[in-house]
Design a protein around this ligand. Structure first.
Ligand SMILES: [Zn+2]
Length: 261
């Protein structure tokens, strides 16, 4: 994941988001002018069986309804969310003709050792492809006040769903490439957020993504940066994944460059 979002940032973004409601968005184009990057013919990316694996199912899911105040609060909530993600994605990954294996979630602070080196706190969470595990900086997910709760819990959910999207990419062979260009990175990140959206759309009711919690998710998901693509494209792919509830909407590798800028 990419950034620390303060509650002030979330609330400010909520205002901006409300102003944008009602603006129609075109679906991501995946079949017109091709991408400019050099991996177009890579079957693992463009023609991955993940896109034909069908919808993410709604799964039984119980996340503790408690404030995120301490390390253990966040560990408990994050572990529960991880269980939901695993139950939902296992059949999809298997239908994509890949083997599912679980990922571990470590709730850490700056200086912790990870499979990808020392955690420097530059991100509030990240997926390490070398050990297939997720690392979450708990200090960046602590609620400051009771009013934060729907936003913080929805933000944590989005962050974990995004990082789990990278795990799905790893399982189906999409991570296995050493081209680290900016455009490739954005395709990877936008796809992870689209996969997150597919899971969250499929489980919107189970996870109570309505009202303030839905606003909190959208504020986080519709936010871009240099490495993750523009706000507009994050919104585009997230809305597409959420509506489709399926990785079929998430083929960022076949999209034209302007859809992954
Ligand atoms: Zn990411």
């Amino acid at each position: 994941m990419r950034r620390a979002v303060t509650v002030i940032g979330l609330l400010a973004a909520a205002g901006a988001c409300i102003a944008a409601v009602g603006t129609p968005e075109a679906a991501p184009q995946t079949s017109t002018a091709g991408p400019s990057y050099t991996l177009l013919e890579d079957a693992d990316l463009v023609h991955n069986q993940l896109y034909a694996a069908g919808q993410v199912p709604a799964v039984p899911c119980h996340v503790p309804d408690r404030p995120l105040k301490t390390h253990s609060d966040i560990q408990l909530s994050a572990d529960a969310m991880l269980g939901c993600l695993e139950r939902a994605w296992t059949p999809v990954v298997e239908r994509a003709d890949a083997s599912f294996s679980p990922t571990a979630l470590y709730v850490v602070t700056v200086g912790a050792q990870t499979g990808c080196g020392e955690f420097d706190g530059g991100d509030d969470a990240f997926y390490c492809p070398d050990d297939s595990d997720i690392y979450l900086d708990w200090t960046q997910h602590v609620e400051e006040s009771p009013d934060d709760r729907p936003y913080e819990s929805a933000y944590l959910l989005f962050v974990l769903a995004h990082e789990f999207g990278h795990h799905v990419q790893q399982l189906v062979g999409i991570m296995a490439d050493d081209d680290d260009s900016l455009e490739r990175g954005r395709r990877l990140e936008l796809q992870a957020s689209c996969l997150a959206a597919a899971f969250l759309g499929a489980n919107q009711n189970t996870l109570d993504l309505h009202g303030d919690r839905l606003d909190g998710y959208e504020d986080a998901a519709y936010f871009g940066d240099h490495d993750h693509g523009s706000d507009k494209n994050n919104k585009l792919w997230s809305k597409a994944g959420f509506a489709a509830k399926s990785p079929s909407a998430c083929n960022t590798w076949a999209a034209p460059a302007k859809r992954v800028s």
